[in-house]
Design a protein around this ligand. Structure first.
Ligand code: HEC
Length: 142
């Protein structure tokens, strides 16, 4: 009888931990990026960035609960940089070679690689995409 109740307790603990694991925080599903025009920063922003950074850039996109780091408020980049838009830093953060990824965060996809694949290695198109996204972020500054 005693042995039996221990077995029940063990079963209960197991069921509880399984339930907790099942409730774990949401995960991000990787889907192939949709095609967009390299000429439109706002179209690309809505397609690729708003899910984390929010449509308005304030860092409140629907994927945020699944991230380790907060995307921050992108409308304050100029304000926090003495009133000057940090163009090169933003460009490099998007491309992913420096800055964001250098600091060990893998939350943000490396867009330089994504765009290079999308344009089948066309580096002019890759930099056009990153330039137009940078301009779009500049247009969001308060
Ligand atoms: C999966 C979520 C996610 C997506 C999608 C995403 N970002 Fe980010 N981004 C982040 C996070 C989180 C950070 C904060 C740094 C870090 O932890 O990687 C960040 C940081 C940045 C920064 C640096 C901001 C600063 O404070 O210097 C820029 C610029 C940026 N993202 C632009 C973009 C652009 C442009 C796109 C779309 C092409 C995009 N991000 C898509 C999550 C995302």
């Amino acid at each position: 009888m005693r042995k039996y109740s221990w077995f029940l307790i063990a079963l209960l603990v197991f069921a509880l931990s399984a339930a907790l694991v099942a409730q774990d925080k949401p995960t991000i599903k990787n889907v192939p990026p949709s095609k967009t025009s390299a000429a439109s920063g706002s179209e690309m922003y809505r397609a690729y960035c708003a899910v984390c950074h929010g449509v308005d850039g304030k860092g409140n996109g629907p994927a945020v609960p699944a991230l380790k780091n907060s995307p921050g408020d992108m409308t304050l980049l100029s304000k926090n940089n003495g009133g000057k838009f940090p163009e090169l830093k933003v460009y490099n953060s998007i491309r992913g070679d420096v800055g964001v990824t250098a600091h060990g965060s893998k939350d943000m996809p490396i867009w330089g690689d994504v765009f290079r694949d999308m344009g089948r290695g066309d580096s002019a198109q890759t930099s056009l995409r990153i330039r137009n996204l940078t301009k779009h972020i500049e247009s969001m500054q308060k």
